[in-house]
Design a protein around this ligand. Structure first.
Ligand SMILES: *[C@@H]1O[C@H](CO)[C@@H](O)[C@H](O)[C@H]1NC(C)=O
Ligand SMILES: *[C@@H]1O[C@H](CO)[C@@H](O)[C@H](O)[C@H]1NC(C)=O
Ligand SMILES: *[C@@H]1O[C@H](CO)[C@@H](O)[C@H](O)[C@H]1NC(C)=O
Ligand SMILES: *[C@@H]1O[C@H](CO)[C@@H](O)[C@H](O)[C@H]1NC(C)=O
Ligand SMILES: *[C@@H]1O[C@H](CO)[C@@H](O)[C@H](O)[C@H]1NC(C)=O
Ligand SMILES: *[C@@H]1O[C@H](CO)[C@@H](O)[C@H](O)[C@H]1NC(C)=O
Ligand SMILES: *[C@@H]1O[C@H](CO)[C@@H](O)[C@H](O)[C@H]1NC(C)=O
Ligand SMILES: *[C@@H]1O[C@H](CO)[C@@H](O)[C@H](O)[C@H]1NC(C)=O
Ligand SMILES: *[C@@H]1O[C@H](CO)[C@@H](O)[C@H](O)[C@H]1NC(C)=O
Length: 372
């Protein structure tokens, strides 16, 4: 009986411990995971749930937060009402974010990585980040609808409250030209991607301030490197530049660019640059095109030649059409010619007749009268 009692006691203690553990687990999960989210250790994922706002009551120890593929159109200070001291990585890509308001990230004092790619941002507040922001990576790939909004959206970068930003992704944004002075206050920026952004040139002075190491300019609209760009690159001897996928114009205008490229140690994918035109050099490797083929005059001759050929073809076509019309109307023309011949004959006979009359002195008066 004593033994049995001890056994019962053990069982009781065991179930009690289990209950406490169970309650603890419940408490932990309640304390945390919002609806439609999955939480595991310090990671919270609320993906593809058609959410129109960032879920509230996130676990206060959240470190990585994914709210991707939803329908959030605005983020503001109300998006993060409670301080999340441990949050370092925030992924908001694939939403419909149009407005990033004042103080959005003020309750995320340790935010290091922010992914806003694949949104349609129209306005980004200069005061979105706190003054001592620890942000290191900012992804704004595919974020603007078009280049007319780029200035407005990117202006926040110049405010000077992102002193630790090292990595900025502005790819696939149809920028055409990087707005002046947006980089001047990014005092740690080391890596900048402008890939696939329709860049045609970079203004003198744009790259001067930040300590850039990597610059990705692949798949843009560069036809050559203007002197101002060469000067810009020369200021940063350690800079690594990617330039493949641009439509290089392989004629006499590329001379200076080519000289610079050959002498440069900065361009990483130098061997991969290809010509886009003239047609004869399309897809040829820029560095392997013979100097003698980089001519403009021959191109002009080519243009003249083709225009002469074209003119000849047009004239020939007109001739053929003319002959065709003649052939199709051959009966009408025959009839017409007969008519003319008959008319001529009548006329001539008339003359003949009149001549005979006029030559008859007896009828001279009559003829004069009839003429009047
Ligand atoms: C998280 O919240 C709990 C109460 O829910 C609190 O005891 C704890 O101190 C908080 N931790 C932090 C890091 O704020
Ligand atoms: C930015 O996001 C795009 C896709 O959303 C991704 O392909 C790219 O690698 C990201 N850039 C960085 C620097 O992480
Ligand atoms: C963008 O936001 C700023 C302040 O956040 C505001 O002053 C400005 O008028 C807004 N611009 C547009 C075009 O909405
Ligand atoms: C570009 O943005 C302007 C102003 O927001 C708008 O009027 C225009 O229609 C847009 N163009 C395209 C091609 O989206
Ligand atoms: C850079 O930041 C400083 C300090 O925040 C500010 O006074 C200055 O106007 C900024 N420069 C530009 C070009 O916006
Ligand atoms: C390049 O950018 C455009 C938007 O400007 C986008 O539609 C397209 O998918 C991008 N291409 C690649 C290969 O990323
Ligand atoms: C670029 O600007 C600086 C002054 O800001 C000037 O001295 C330099 O000549 C300019 N370079 C070119 C190629 O325009
Ligand atoms: C070639 O590059 C060196 C530095 O890398 C520079 O000093 C020199 O002037 C350049 N020569 C030409 C012809 O550009
Ligand atoms: C050059 O192009 C080839 C083939 O597309 C690619 O594998 C290689 O990585 C490129 N080289 C550089 C330096 O980007």
């Amino acid at each position: 009986a004593k033994l049995y009692l001890v056994f019962r006691l053990c069982q009781l203690v065991k179930s009690a411990v289990l209950n406490v553990l169970f309650l603890l687990v419940i408490a932990l999960s309640c304390h945390g995971c919002p609806d439609k989210c999955l939480c595991s250790s310090q990671t919270v994922k609320c993906q593809n749930q058609n959410l129109d706002a960032i879920p509230h009551s996130l676990p206060n120890n959240t470190k990585f937060l994914f709210v991707t593929g939803n329908s959030i159109s605005r983020i503001s200070a109300a998006s993060f009402p409670a301080r999340l001291d441990q949050l370092t990585d925030l992924y908001l890509s694939g939403n419909e974010v149009e407005y990033v308001d004042d103080m959005v990230f003020h309750n995320l004092p340790n935010l290091q990585k922010l992914d806003l790619s694949n949104n349609q941002i129209l306005n980004f507040s200069k005061d979105a980040f706190p003054d001592d922001s620890k942000l290191q990576l900012l992804n704004l790939s595919r974020c603007f609808q078009n280049h007319s909004t780029a200035d407005l959206v990117l202006n926040f970068l110049s405010r000077g409250n992102l002193p630790r930003l090292t990595n900025l992704d502005l790819s696939s944004n149809d920028l055409v030209i990087l707005p002046d002075s947006i980089l001047t206050n990014l005092s740690s920026l080391a890596s900048l991607s402008l890939q696939n952004s329709s860049i045609i040139s970079i203004h003198n002075g744009t790259l001067k301030a930040p300590p850039l190491q990597d610059l990705d300019l692949r798949d843009n609209s560069l036809r050559d490197l203007p002197l101002s760009m060469q000067a810009e690159f020369n200021l940063k001897p350690g800079l690594r530049i990617w330039l493949a996928g641009n439509p290089w114009r392989c004629d006499c205008f590329i001379d200076e660019t080519l000289a610079w490229l050959r002498n440069s140690t900065q361009v990483v994918d130098l061997q991969n640059l290809t010509c886009a035109d003239p047609e004869a050099l399309r897809r040829h490797l820029l560095l392997q095109v013979e100097q003698s083929k980089l001519k403009c005059s021959s191109e002009m001759e080519g243009v003249l030649e083709t225009s002469y050929v074209f003119l000849g073809l047009v004239l020939a076509l007109i001739g053929v059409i003319f002959l065709l019309v003649l052939y199709l109307n051959r009966k009408g023309i025959k009839r017409w010619m007969y008519n003319i011949r008959d008319a001529c004959r009548d006329h001539m006979e008339g003359y003949h007749y009149r001549y005979e009359i006029n030559s008859d002195p007896r009828l001279a008066n009559l003829s004069i009268n009839s003429d009047v």
